[in-house]
Write a protein of this length. Structure first.
Length: 237
């Protein structure tokens, strides 16, 4: 089965807060495709409405991704063009997308991924930590495997980036302090590109103290400076 040279699936990043952060190409592709696959059709429907695009939408989220993929592959093989969007940012980055992409590749269906908004890049750059080498960890496992992952990461020399929900922020920062030491530098970016965007950077001990004194609201990216690299770079100064 082959869909020839024409792209059938576009991965289209959408804003992480500021609606101006959508590319001209993303808008054109959303207009041109036959169907928009959306994590939440209400959320993406509002974006499409804002862009003046009236398009058939189909729900595609973590809970139906496995089941839906075969049917979508069949439709794309017959010529349907689709755009996958998530609620915010780049699909496939801590969001559904991987399974669909893998099946497209296995079925010789051409895909394109547009570059665009994703939360971890501005958080990394705003931290001021080395962006030369970094590891994107997404969400830590909530239960099984969490301690093992933290133990492994205690040896990590590269800058580490995590996504976290507001109600687990303090728990996670506390565990970072336990596993990486309270003096390790961390940068917490919240509400990137939105009205209440802020970035707080300091030792884990300081940052935990600051968050203990305020209401924790919004979306968060945590960036932790790498382990040995830190000592090495100070030693070279
Ligand atoms: N696909 C998205 C991306 O490309 O960044 C990530 C989706 S993931 C389900 C949602 C998480 O991304 C949030 O819990 C938060 O950690 C991070 N995030 C998304 N938007 C953000 C924002 N505006 N400010 C800070 N963090 C954000």
């Amino acid at each position: 089965m082959s869909s020839g040279e024409e792209t059938r699936l576009y991965l289209v990043p959408t804003p992480i807060g500021n609606l101006e952060d959508i590319t001209l190409r993303a808008i054109r592709i959303l207009k041109e495709v036959d169907t928009v696959l959306a994590e939440d059709t209400r959320t993406s429907g509002k974006l499409l409405q804002h862009l003046g695009i009236d398009k058939r939408m189909h729900s595609h989220h973590l809970h139906n991704e496995h089941k839906a993929v075969a049917h979508l592959i069949d439709r794309m093989s017959k010529g349907e063009k689709m755009a996958l969007v998530s609620d915010a940012g780049t699909p496939g980055i801590s969001d559904p997308g991987f399974l669909l992409v893998r099946e497209c590749l296995r079925n010789n269906i051409k895909i394109e991924c547009l570059p665009g908004p994703t939360a971890f890049v501005p958080a990394l750059l705003k931290s001021g930590f080395s962006a030369e080498r970094f590891t994107f960890e997404g969400f830590l496992p909530q239960k099984k495997g969490r301690q093992t992952r933290l133990q492994e990461l205690a040896k990590e020399e590269r800058t580490m980036i995590f996504y976290e929900s507001p109600h687990r922020l303090l728990k996670t920062l506390g565990q970072f302090s336990e596993y990486f030491g309270p003096e390790r530098q961390v940068s917490v970016s919240r509400e990137l590109t939105k009205m209440f965007e802020e970035t707080i950077t300091g030792t884990l001990a300081d940052v935990i103290q600051q968050f203990n004194q305020k209401a924790i609201k919004g979306e968060f990216v945590l960036v932790v400076e790498g382990g040995k690299a830190l000592k090495a770079s100070y030693a070279n100064e």
